[in-house]
Design a protein. Structure first.
Length: 277
């Protein structure tokens, strides 16, 4: 399972980090623009904070305005960076995403897109558009946002797209005949894993067709985030003392988004612990 299940927890991070080169992250991001989805908590917020610390302009895309305002205030206060912008968008709503992206394209530049927003709904629920909720958020929303912003990224040098996936995708082969999990028993964990496999396949395809953008997809390991606590309560109770911190979970995201070393590797790869696996 990737490099072993134990490697996905805090001890694995601490072991892997002995081989990290801190100089990779010693970069000045002034003038570079980053968009992070699901940025009001967890790995998204931790990544946004690290980018802001290095001077990057950060666009937070969040569904909950109140929580997002709190996150933006915290990032500004901790980093001293005032170039933090908030956009309230529901990533499970295709029309809302498209309208946001069209407006964003006309008003901003973009160097790096970080697809981090995700959900794990354990019962089959449909959105108001009749889409299965996990698929709508994890796959379709990420697909529409990325597709809509590719023209903006194409204009920039060193453009990148990073998608936060999961090692769970390894237990699923792509099933194109049932993308919205309408057949058989509904298992939220397996549906999530299927969505994460879909993200990996999309990343590989984009890497082939958009050669001047660097695409990557990664597994953050198991981190102590609000998403893990709410969607996997039993797992959280058993493993909470072994989980990575949010910053540790976000570390490879940040490395893929800002370091020059990341883009020396081929586009379209799957990463864990700053290594392609």
């Amino acid at each position: 399972f990737l490099t072993g299940v134990s490697d996905l927890f805090r001890s694995g991070y601490e072991s892997a980090s002995q081989h990290f080169n801190p100089a990779d992250l010693e970069v000045n991001l002034t003038g570079r623009s980053f968009l992070v989805t699901g940025a009001n908590s967890g790995i998204g917020k931790a990544a946004a904070k690290e980018i802001a610390r290095r001077g990057g302009t950060v666009h937070l895309v969040c569904r909950n305005k109140e929580r997002a305002e709190v996150a933006r205030g915290e990032i500004e206060t901790e980093t001293g960076n005032q170039n933090i912008f908030l956009h309230v968008v529901d990533i499970s709503n295709p029309k809302e995403i498209w309208n946001f992206a069209e407006k964003f394209r006309n008003e901003h530049k973009l160097n790096v897109l970080i697809n981090n927003a995700g959900c794990m709904v354990n019962n089959r629920e449909l959105t108001e558009d009749g889409l299965e909720k996990n698929f709508a958020t994890n796959t379709l929303g990420m697909y529409i946002l990325t597709t809509a912003l590719l023209p903006l990224l194409e204009k920039e040098t060193d453009a990148r797209v990073i998608t936060v996936s999961s090692g769970g995708m390894l237990v699923q082969k792509l099933n194109i005949s049932d993308l919205q999990s309408g057949n058989g028993t509904f298992d939220g964990t397996m549906v999530y894993a299927q969505n994460k496999r879909q993200q990996v396949v999309l990343t590989e395809q984009w890497a082939k067709t958009h050669r001047n953008i660097h695409f990557s997809v990664m597994h953050p390991g198991w981190a102590d985030t609000p998403a893990v606590r709410s969607s996997m309560p039993d797992f959280y109770q058993r493993m909470k003392n072994s989980l990575r911190t949010e910053a540790q979970g976000a570390d490879t995201v940040v490395w893929l988004a800002v370091s020059s070393e990341a883009t020396k590797l081929p586009s379209g790869l799957f990463f864990q612990g700053k290594m392609a696996v």
